[in-house]
Ligand binder design. Sequence first.
Ligand code: HEM
Length: 333
Amino acid sequence: MAAEPVTAPVVERVDTTVGSVNPVDTSAPGRETGRVEKLRRSRGGRAALWAVGILVVLALAVFTARWLMTTEPVQSFVARYPGETELPPGAPVGFPAWLAWQHFFNIFLMVLIIRSGWQVRTQRRPPATWTARWGANPKKISINLWLHQSLDILWMVNGALFVVLLISTGQWMRVVPTSWEVFPNALSAILQYASLDWPTENGWVNYNSLQVIAYFVAIFVAAPLAAFTGFRMSGAWPSKAQVLSKIYPVEVARAIHLPVMFYFLGFIVVHVALVLSTGALRNLNHMYGGQDAVNWYGFWIFFVSLLIIVGGWFAARPLFLAPIASLFGKVGR
Ligand code: HEM
């Protein structure tokens, strides 16, 4: 109020002026540091500093890659390794319906798994509790943990079936590296992305090597790691097996489980951004429409699938969860 002009130091007011030409302002390094310090302390300021930092790093990466692409050795490297490796003979073309369905179930479950996992981690007082009806000494857990673990079981069943079908239909050849050349080709794809001259691969037939590695890691490394570490922390772990518990301490599982979640979050952000920015209609038609064409068919199926996911997000609350949870155990406060 009236006190503001008096209490606010004059220097501060000068400092906040964009493009200030005040000589005192620019010649006082102590004050400059103070300003950055102030920015770092406030939440919004920290976010802004991060955003600026990330933009600077990205801009540097683009300039460096573009410059590298003008040099002869890099040009011949990219000519030799165009960004994708040849598929083994007999590799399938396109996406069968089972793959599209499983991809959808995976997203649906994953969104709710990440959300409920985060709630388990951050909520002090759960909105309801759940106790199993079986076992000698069942533990009371939060309803969010019940949801998290129930969805995990569905996610693992979906994933196991996915791997079985990948193997039995030959579809694995598209997402498992079959030659060491996948590494230089992935580097080539990184250079092409970074120079903003994006690889023009056709995901209907073959993924670029960076995609192959990312999909392989998601399916065969990150997903099993999430399951294996989650199992260790869950009530399903045989806690009486003392030697086993000592060999594989719960702290180790906990230390891995959360970074895996962040890996998945990062994967999803980059994956969806690339799907949408490298020919959205065609890509969505691949995975959702079962065709290699540029029209809105796949987009609308994708849109409906998003509505179902949003519906699941809003339905995942005690009002709707309690009746389901009480089929398997006791729900309380
Ligand atoms: C709304 C979110 C998502 C969208 C729109 C989406 C879309 C797509 C599309 C269009 C493709 C085919 C790419 C191409 O034709 O070049 C694809 C493949 C794939 N996506 Fe997603 N995706 C999403 C979320 C996820 C999530 C959460 C995961 C798992 C962590 C995932 C894992 C995969 C895998 C492993 C493949 C390769 C499948 C194969 O060929 O066997 N996706 N996705």
